[in-house]
Ligand binder design. Sequence first.
Ligand SMILES: [Zn+2]
Length: 70
Amino acid sequence: MQRKEFGLGDVVQMKKGHPCGTNAWKVIRMGMDIRMKCTGCDHSVLLPRTRFEQRLKKVLISAKKVESQE
Ligand SMILES: [Zn+2]
């Protein structure tokens, strides 16, 4: 299983887009919960980390291009 890498400030694509028609979310808070903001309408959503990882499709723009070798 491939681990999804994401970090603060990344723009990510989710399995399901926002009803406004945009499917690009910016990660604005990391922690137990992840807060992400729709880049289309600025609506922000708070998701538990596990939920976020399940819904994450891919990282569109990586804010920090650091590859961790774990
Ligand atoms: Zn939106």
